[in-house]
Design a protein around this ligand. Structure first.
Ligand code: UDP
Length: 329
């Protein structure tokens, strides 16, 4: 019997590449798509020899064509770190809006089930804690994060419209902070920032007073949640994340302990609209998907640190290898 076919957008990115691995292991034919604006070929290089993997270098904000049958679509293409979407705000808005529209159109024409990657950023700087799926959020549309938050909010609205109006079989996942191997060391997010600083022998930069909180989920747990949601029959948004909440200052201390660095913590100004607290309420995922995270932060951080230690000196000191300026807007 022919393998089921799945399109994964953002395939060369951190989450996309782990999803390619998982669906190949599950016996799918995987069509990976990426414009490589923030994704990296090295994340999927190991898949190229496999007959059940194909790669399309394409920007999903432009018309998306896939030949043949297509049973599933996972839309994971998007810049996803605050510094990325500050550098490429218009691309970020386009992939969440035009890209999502193109993929929903593709799902409709191919009769595919589609899961779109939304985010805890739809809750903005939340006034409800922990965040349940019913909370509408507190987003500044014209702030620096607005380009990502509003694109993702539009994505959810468009996905629901295709579900109710065109009967497309849709799923929406709201992803909270996730970490693991294949994160870009220089993507500006707190974990690669701290580990990179430790490996280079620099001080760790905590923004603000460090009392803001995040809840970090290891990538394997997240991928399991995505898989279960795709296979469920639930079409409203579901939070997937690890509820184990920690302040950024304590997180910096954990990284110091993990890496054994002799450097100290220094404080820098808090970026505008940086959410003060974030913790997923995963009651829905527990009930609907029988899912909850299994990997503790200490175990996940150890695996991730081991990955970052394998990077070359060149990669360690490369501040920004992505030439966003040359990219068409
Ligand atoms: N942060 C920090 N130092 C850094 C990078 C980030 O203190 O070098 C803080 C940032 O201000 C935020 C938290 O760590 O409060 C998580 O930031 P990240 O960019 O990883 O993702 P976010 O959850 O804000 O989207």
């Amino acid at each position: 019997m022919a393998k089921p076919r799945i399109l994964i957008t953002g395939a060369a990115g951190f989450l996309g590449s782990h999803l390619c691995d998982r669906f190949i292991r599950e016996g799918y034919h995987v069509i990976g798509m990426d414009n490589l604006i923030t994704g990296e070929m090295k994340n999927i290089q190991h898949l190229f020899p496999l007959p059940e993997f194909e790669f399309h270098h394409h920007d999903v904000s432009k018309y998306v064509h896939v030949a043949g049958e297509l049973q599933y679509i996972l839309h994971f293409a998007s810049p996803a770190s605050p510094i990325d979407y500050l550098k490429i705000p218009i691309q970020t808005l386009k992939v969440g809006s035009l890209g999502t529209h193109n993929l929903l159109g593709l799902a409709r024409s191919k009769n595919s089930r589609i899961l779109v990657a939304s985010t805890s950023e739809v809750y903005g700087d939340p006034t409800v804690h922990p965040q349940t799926e019913e909370y509408y959020g507190n987003v500044n549309p014209v702030g620096p994060r607005g380009v990502y938050d509003e694109a993702k909010r539009f994505q959810e609205a468009m996905t629901m419209a295709y579900h109710t109006y065109h009967n497309v079989d849709t799923r929406i996942i709201r992803i909270f902070n996730t970490y693991g191997p294949r994160m870009r060391l220089n993507d500006g997010r707190v974990l690669p920032a701290f580990i990179g600083q430790a490996l280079r022998g620099e001080d760790l930069t905590v923004f603000g007073d460090g009392n803001q909180t995040r809840s970090f989920c290891f990538v394997d747990d997240l991928v399991e949640g995505i898989y279960r949601l795709l296979m469920s029959d639930y079409h409203l948004p579901v939070n997937i994340g690890n509820p184990d909440e920690i302040t950024i200052l304590d997180f910096a201390k954990e990284i110091i302990q993990l890496t054994g660095t002799k450097q100290k913590i220094i404080f820098k100004p808090l970026p505008k609209d940086d959410p003060m607290q974030r913790q997923p309420d995963i009651t829905k995922a527990r009930k609907l998907l029988q899912w909850e995270p299994k990997i503790s932060r200490s175990e996940g951080l150890r695996i991730t640190y081991d990955y970052f230690k394998t990077l070359s000196q060149e990669e360690l000191y490369q501040r920004d290898h992505k030439n966003f300026d040359n990219y068409s807007r």
